[in-house]
Write a protein that binds this ligand. Structure first.
Ligand code: ZN
Ligand code: ZN
Length: 252
């Protein structure tokens, strides 16, 4: 793993050293249920917890990535919603459904600053490389938080996920390319149209940044109605991006 704890959580080197000794004395268990496991990869899960993860799998909508009911053939095709109106982004893919233990990991990361949970998510993503493959992009852009929320939370979960999951493309990650200019209320509990109204014009591309004809991979934690990534895509395409492929860890 290229990003040790201290580079994403702000721990100092001494803490990491102490942590290393503690790991030897008390090997970390399953990242979800904590039962003891043979020492192995950081963030690993026991077989039981792993079996509860519901990965997105084919057949899925070839545009937005939504699950399709297995039926005529197994080939991916458009879902009804994309057939009716194609989204502004070019494609969207997610790793797993937003349910325990994935939802617990995201909650721990977002609201408790628990970066150990991010390592478990990265461990899961590594097991399903096929689910995260969005090839051919020039830049990886995490969905930004508004400055005040970032200060309150202390971390941007989308940036942490991008760094831990797109380890081969670290130099393509652009954490400050997209700016959240409006400090909007949380989207939870809002209807689809309320979400759209809430987020309209909330994002813009940093002035002086040239993204003309660039292919962009936009990274977020959860895809719920897609409103956030649609608004981000709108800003990116307005600034000249040729293509926006969305990757989210989970799908609600
Ligand atoms: Zn477990
Ligand atoms: Zn679709």
């Amino acid at each position: 793993m290229r990003f040790p704890d201290h580079s994403i959580a702000g721990k100092n080197g001494l803490n990491s050293l102490v942590g290393g000794f503690l790991d030897i004395l008390f090997p970390p268990g399953c990242g979800a249920c904590r039962q003891s496991l043979e020492p192995g990869e950081k963030g690993q899960l026991c077989g039981e917890c792993l079996s509860q993860v519901k990965f997105l799998s084919s057949p899925s909508c070839c545009c937005c990535g939504a699950d399709l009911r297995p039926g005529a053939g197994v080939e991916d095709r458009f879902c009804l919603s994309c057939l009716k109106k194609q989204p502004i982004f070019n494609s969207a893919r997610s790793l797993a459904h937003y349910q325990s233990p994935v939802s617990d990991f995201l909650h721990r990361l977002k609201f408790k600053g628990d970066t150990a949970a991010a390592f478990s998510l990265a461990w899961l993503a590594k097991r399903r490389e096929d689910q995260k493959k969005l090839t051919g992009y020039d830049l990886i852009v995490p969905v930004p938080l508004h400055r005040t929320r970032l200060q309150a939370r202390g971390l941007n979960q989308s940036l942490i996920l991008a760094k831990l999951i797109f380890t081969d493309d670290i130099n393509k990650i652009q954490p400050s390319l997209l700016i959240r200019t409006k400090n909007t209320q949380a989207q939870t509990g809002l209807s689809g149209s309320e979400r759209r109204k809430n987020l309209r014009g909330a994002f813009s591309v940093k002035s002086g940044t040239d993204i003309k004809n660039r292919r962009i991979c936009l990274v977020d934690d959860v895809f719920t109605t897609g409103t956030t990534v649609v608004e981000c895509t709108r800003a990116l395409k307005k600034a000249g991006a040729a293509e926006v492929a969305v990757w989210t860890l989970a799908r609600a």
